[in-house]
Ligand binder design. Structure first.
Ligand code: GLY
Ligand code: MN
Ligand code: MN
Length: 441
């Protein structure tokens, strides 16, 4: 057996164990997971892009296969009901192939509703994880019930990536880094946001529907919009800065990478360098036992130090954090879990029996509040932005005197900076997949 296939076999063994416990918790006999169903646009016959059910692609690297069903029954080989429609309008999925095939009993069906014959007879004994419209049978008798105790267990444990999953994330990262480098070249050559986006997709070998999230390609002031997903067709004059937050997919797994570039050396590049240095120190804190909330709060202090060094803020970092000044420049969370979803599930899970770990007061956008453990994969994505709306509020507040507004004016045309890596928490030193891939490229 090759290493890759034994990693996959071990991954499945872990998922079987998790499924068995999850079913026990919920009092069910079978885990049943539809891959998902096409969604049709209102008053139209066009479909939205299909997105695979993450509960399904956790088991199988199948991301373009609506209408399939996975059945897991403890002690038995898992069954895959595989839809290969008779259809001459579209390209239909190939016959099942790949290293995963040998691990499943596979039944091929030609119509979505034929799946019903191959699912457990008693829907009441099944934990069915999916969207309502995957329901099958008369009056939707076989309907996703998404039982809380089952989902609580699975979602909590999704944070612990298997070695197979780390490899998939590593591969997604390689692809993303290749595309980032190509996009930077397009930026240096004077391309528009749209042109850079196309260069990115070309180098990633992925279309927008395959990428794990909408590319953020921002020149100049556009970098101040955290999720800027417009693509101007013409480059601005002059071009000053470039923020690229873009990922890639591999076997259903996502990377999530951000880099910021200056057109020329100068004070904006110096600020990028300072954020980059601070970001690498934060990445080094991705260690077992670290409370991710603390990492977020520490990031505020570190970025307030960068703001002070850059002369943007005149008060001490402690005071900038305590008075909320740092939040005007860094108004999002330090990151999130990453895996089958860019913002992975279970970020607030207090235990595998439910419960929520709240965000720190005053930090409404943090997406992960758990204590890190080996196997967690997280993003670390500090930023400093010049966002008109937040700067206006700050300027009208009692804290206005904490800021050097002339310095802010000088840097505002650059929009902002974000630097984002994907980091694996191990039993020892952190493994930074993004830096690893950039170093190898
Ligand atoms: N690309 C979205 C994020 O960084 O969370
Ligand atoms: Mn992110
Ligand atoms: Mn991102």
């Amino acid at each position: 057996m090759s290493t890759a296939s034994s990693l996959y076999a071990d991954h499945l063994a872990t998922l079987h164990e998790r499924a068995a416990t999850a079913l026990e918790r919920g009092g069910f006999d079978h885990l049943v997971v539809p891959s998902g169903t096409p969604h049709v646009q209102v008053f139209d016959d066009r479909e939205y892009p299909y997105a695979a059910n993450p509960q399904f692609k956790h088991w199988l690297p199948l991301t373009r296969h609506p209408g399939c069903w996975l059945v897991v029954t403890p002690g038995q080989r898992p069954r895959l009901v595989y839809l290969q429609p008779r259809d001459y309008w579209h390209v239909v999925p190939q016959a099942p192939e790949g290293e995963w095939v040998e691990h499943f009993d596979i039944v091929v069906i030609r119509r979505p509703d034929e799946a019903l014959k191959h699912l457990p007879r008693n829907a009441g004994r099944c934990a069915i994880l999916g969207e309502p419209q995957s329901a099958l049978g008369r009056y939707g008798a076989f309907r996703p019930n998404n039982p809380g105790p089952v989902l609580d267990y699975l979602d909590y444990h999704r944070a612990y990536k298997t070695p197979y999953e780390i490899e998939m994330l590593r591969e997604a990262t390689r692809r993303g880094v290749r595309a980032h480098r190509s996009a930077e070249r397009a930026f240096r050559a004077g391309a528009s946001e749209f042109g850079i986006h196309l260069a990115y997709c070309q180098a990633a070998g992925q279309d927008t529907d395959e990428l794990p999230y909408a590319n953020i390609v921002a020149l100049n002031e556009h970098a101040a919009v955290l999720h800027y997903t417009e693509f101007d067709r013409l480059p601005p004059r002059p071009v000053r800065s470039f923020l690229l937050d873009a990922g890639a997919s591999h076997a259903g797994y996502a990377c999530d990478i951000t880099r910021t570039h200056a057109q020329e050396p100068g004070e904006f590049q110096a600020l990028i360098d300072a954020v980059d240095a601070a970001q690498q120190r934060m990445c080094d804190q991705v260690r077992a036992g670290t409370d991710y909330r603390q990492l977020h709060l520490d990031a505020h202090l570190a970025l307030a130090g960068v703001l002070r060094e850059a002369g943007l803020v005149k008060v001490s970092p402690e005071e900038a954090v305590a008075t909320g000044v740092s939040r005007a420049f860094f108004p999002h969370g330090i990151g999130h879990g990453l895996g089958l979803q860019v913002h992975d599930v279970g970020g607030f899970a207090a235990s595998d029996r439910g419960g929520t770990i709240p965000r720190p007061d005053g930090h409404p956008y943090l997406r992960l509040t758990r204590v890190l453990e080996p196997g967690f994969v997280v993003t670390i994505e500090p930023g400093i932005y010049f966002i008109d709306m937040l700067l206006e509020e700050l300027r009208a507040s009692p804290q206005a005197g904490a800021v050097d507004w002339d310095r802010v004016e000088a840097l505002r045309p650059y929009g902002g900076i974000r630097i984002e890596d994907n980091v694996v928490c191990t039993g020892g030193d952190p493994l930074n997949l993004t830096r690893e891939a950039f170093a190898a490229a």
